[in-house]
Design a protein around this ligand. Structure first.
Ligand SMILES: CC(C)(COP(=O)(O)OP(=O)(O)OC[C@H]1O[C@@H](n2cnc3c(N)ncnc32)[C@H](O)[C@@H]1OP(=O)(O)O)[C@@H](O)C(=O)NCCC(=O)NCCS
Length: 229
């Protein structure tokens, strides 16, 4: 499995919508993603790609703006040739950063790719991006019935903090509000790093691995991928 995590750009939207429709009963329209990418300075969205066998690992997209101090504020673009070699979007995730708190707006993995640690990789990406941006906490809403997602969040220290009654308009289901402790706290960071080390090991065992997280330290290159790059 060869993986690439990078910032979402406009050309990714059609594929993101496809995964959205397979994952949510209330998917977002394309305009919502366009707005997030183009106009929401506080939004950070990532896509996770599976690079097809035999294709070279693409060169990470170059930031179109200086990275300092906000490494995630760039809006990179790929040319068409690059795009064709990057492979299918296996998942995506996004959040808003507000002062010292980040709010996860979406996270989804293509159904046939679930259970392979990719959702966890996306969540770790968001956590790391939020840490880099100086956030102290992450928060989100999750359907009461969504046990899988809740287990993933709990693994990374999220706890239920409240309830939004009838939050989801399709079936009036309640949402749990889940929140992390202080992600900059040393104890939290240590635990996070343990999870990430384990995650890298598990993903590495699955085959070739190439993870590029813009600005992040969560990075792994297999020898094979390095040769391709
Ligand atoms: C939630 C979602 C992103 C998880 O992605 P995934 O790639 O399948 O999950 P992973 O393989 O990375 O698993 C990570 C953790 O999630 C939990 N988990 C994943 N699949 C699970 C399952 N079938 N049953 C119970 N827990 C599960 C576990 O805690 C797991 O950690 P573990 O393997 O150490 O036990 C994915 O199921 C999805 O896209 N769901 C639809 C969209 C959605 O509900 N998003 C969340 C909105 S709030």
């Amino acid at each position: 499995m060869r993986l690439l995590v990078e910032a979402m750009d406009l050309a990714d939207i059609p594929e993101v919508l496809e995964v959205d429709r397979l994952s949510y009963s209330l998917p977002w329209p394309a305009s919502a993603y366009r707005r997030e990418i183009l106009h929401n300075r506080n939004a950070r969205y990532f896509v996770l790609r599976q690079i097809p066998e035999g294709r070279p690992v693409p060169v990470p997209r170059e930031p179109s703006r200086p990275r300092f101090p906000l490494g995630f504020l760039f809006r990179p673009q790929r040319n068409e040739e690059d795009r064709q070699s990057t492979g299918q979007i296996a998942g995506y995730a996004g959040m808003w950063l507000m002062i010292d708190e980040a709010h996860i707006t979406t996270i989804a993995v293509r159904p046939e790719w679930r259970g392979k640690k990719l959702g966890e990789l996306l969540l770790a990406t968001l956590l790391e991006a939020a840490q880099d941006m100086g956030a102290h906490r992450l928060t989100l809403e999750v359907r009461m019935s969504n046990d899988v997602a809740q287990r993933l969040y709990r693994k990374y220290g999220f706890e239920t903090e409240g309830l939004r009654p009838r939050y989801y308009s399709d079936n009036n289901e309640d949402a749990y509000i889940m929140t992390t402790p202080d992600i900059r706290d040393e104890q939290y960071r240590r635990r996070f790093e343990e999870h990430v080390t384990e995650l890298q090991k598990r993903l590495g065992e699955a085959g070739d691995l190439f993870i590029h997280l813009p600005g992040g330290s969560l990075e792994a290159h297999s020898e094979e991928a390095a040769k391709d790059a």
